[in-house]
Design a protein around this ligand. Structure first.
Ligand SMILES: O=C(O)[C@@H](O)[C@H](O)[C@H](O)C(=O)CO
Length: 501
């Protein structure tokens, strides 16, 4: 830390020594809500330039535990993983928790590690709890981030905002048992088990003969286990009648059987054995197979039969839930099926989970109506797009360079995301004034262009190995923190308003 900064922070230390909340100055911003006093120590979060620190003074175990640079009789501490764990030890509200099925939850994936303060402001006073740490393995891989990074970002944001109403941490789209073990060991409170590898999409297109032959080859006890429970019976779900003939039963057994076995295994081996409550979510949304309501019932009934308790389940809905843009499909069909999915979820006592929930404004009223405001909804990319909007507003030159790079590298992202933007549908960059650059964040195609190129843009390096955009991107964002915060409050607030939360 430079000499200049320690001089600036001397006043903060003096105020803390006197047990007082320091005041912000021209060069040091004090996050008032973060001020805490415990066993003779006083601590607060500050920002100088584009960097944030914890400043602690006084004596006692908190002062001794936080690691930092001595400034007068205080310490100036970087936001390290170790200092985040110290905050967890002294302030329980900085640790993630599970919420169960009695309140709506919203996944607020933050690919940058700087969005959570705006998310916290957005949810205050609403009937929803924030899952502030939520990144899929795909996002972590594309960003070279770790699960520890996203937990730390949430810890420091909650401390900065003095937010004491609880938050969650979702290890999202987890497919491997080693990742489950690692995430739960780190203290994640929410596990989204992605079963797309176990779901047999090939069965969807198979002939009736092929399905019958494969089913016939199953062990006798397995066939009897399913046929004795489902065949030629009707199940009444709040007025929705579900029944299976041989063809439909055999198809569902083959499509979902292996996935359900995996769900049961993970529940018994990890969720049941966890040292704290875990919100367990089943994700069958990222598959080619649309989840028909009767298939949703089949999966849920099997979980019930096997004693597996889940807090939320994400089906693959009809139509398209593409990243960062509104719903694509027949609204009437969607409403009919969403209603059925919601009734099935209610019947089995868990929340319906809406993945790729960003920007699905046309269907939010339908979702809010039939889930009666008890759901889990996941967003992530839209929070990154609001950051890109800020860049377009305040640093047009950086935006232009990122836009060109994203277009040049767009094709590389299609192996990770299913998006189908028409990149000729928006105005050419050279024809767009600086003033109009933010409008690209209102166009579906340019939204998706940036939505899926986040990893490429934030890890791109020049020939000297220096970051092409990352450093300037984060400096710009940190110098315009309130603009980003207010943009999130407005944009995510619109999501919650339309959902009735
Ligand atoms: O992009 C990702 O991998 C995640 O954000 C994933 O899509 C997440 O589960 C989600 O649905 C966010 O909207």
């Amino acid at each position: 830390m430079g000499q200049v900064k320690t001089v600036e922070l001397k006043n903060v230390v003096e105020a803390l020594e006197a047990g007082k909340l320091p005041e912000s100055s021209d060069t040091v911003h004090v996050y008032d809500q973060s001020f805490e006093q415990v066993d003779g120590s006083s601590v607060v979060m500050v920002k100088t330039g584009t960097e944030k620190f914890l400043v602690v003074a006084g004596d006692g175990t908190l002062f001794d535990s936080l690691q930092g640079e001595a400034v007068e009789n205080g310490k100036v501490c970087s936001l390290t993983h170790e200092n985040g764990r110290v905050l967890n030890e002294f302030f329980v509200y900085t640790k993630p928790q599970a919420f169960g099925t009695e309140i709506a939850t919203m996944g607020l994936g933050d690919r940058l590690g700087v969005a959570s303060p705006g998310h916290i402001e957005t949810v205050k006073g609403r009937k929803v709890k924030p899952i502030l740490a939520q990144q899929s393995v795909r996002e972590l891989t594309l960003l070279n981030r770790t699960m520890t990074d996203i937990l730390d970002a949430a810890t420091f944001a909650v401390f900065q905002e003095g937010y004491k109403d609880g938050f969650g941490a979702d290890a999202d789209h987890i497919k491997l048992e080693r990742d489950i073990e690692y995430a739960l060991g780190l203290g994640f409170s929410f596990l989204t088990l992605d079963c797309s590898e176990q779901i047999r999409n090939d069965i969807e297109g198979a002939t009736a003969e092929a399905i019958e032959k494969e089913f016939a080859d199953l062990p006798v006890d397995r066939k009897e286990y399913f046929q004795n429970h489902y065949l030629n019976k009707s199940f009444d779900i709040q007025g929705l009648t579900v029944s299976f003939d041989e063809a439909s039963l055999h198809k569902n057994v083959l499509v979902y059987g292996e996935a359900i076995d995996f769900m049961e295994h993970v529940y018994n081996q990890y969720i049941q054995k966890a040292d704290k409550a875990i919100d367990f979510e089943i994700s069958i949304d990222e598959t080619e197979t649309v989840t028909a309501p009767e298939a949703h019932f089949f999966v849920a009934e099997e979980l019930r039969r096997r004693g597996v308790t889940v807090q939320s389940l994400a089906p693959r809905f009809c139509g398209e839930f593409q990243k960062g843009i509104d719903y694509i499909g027949d609204l009437e069909q969607f409403e009919k099926e969403l209603h059925e999915h919601a009734e099935i979820a209610k019947y089995f006592g868990y929340k319906l989970s809406i993945h790729s929930g960003s920007d699905k404004f046309s269907v939010f009223p339908i979702i809010g109506k039939y889930t009666e405001g008890l759901l889990h909804i996941k967003t992530a990319g839209t929070n990154w797009l609001e950051a890109v909007r800020v860049i377009a507003q305040v640093n047009p030159d950086l935006y232009r360079r990122m836009h060109v790079y994203a277009e040049d590298h767009f094709e590389e992202t299609l192996k990770y995301y299913h998006v189908t933007p028409d990149l000729t549908s928006y105005a050419p960059l050279d024809d767009t004034s600086d003033q109009d650059l933010p409008l690209y964040m209102d166009n579906d195609a340019s939204r998706q262009l940036f939505h899926v190129t986040y990893g490429i843009l934030l890890t791109a390096k020049d020939q000297a190995g220096e970051a092409l955009f990352r450093t300037e991107f984060f400096d710009t964002l940190m110098n315009n923190e309130d603009t980003y915060r207010n943009g999130l409050v407005k944009h995510i607030g619109r999501h919650l308003d339309l959902l009735g939360l």
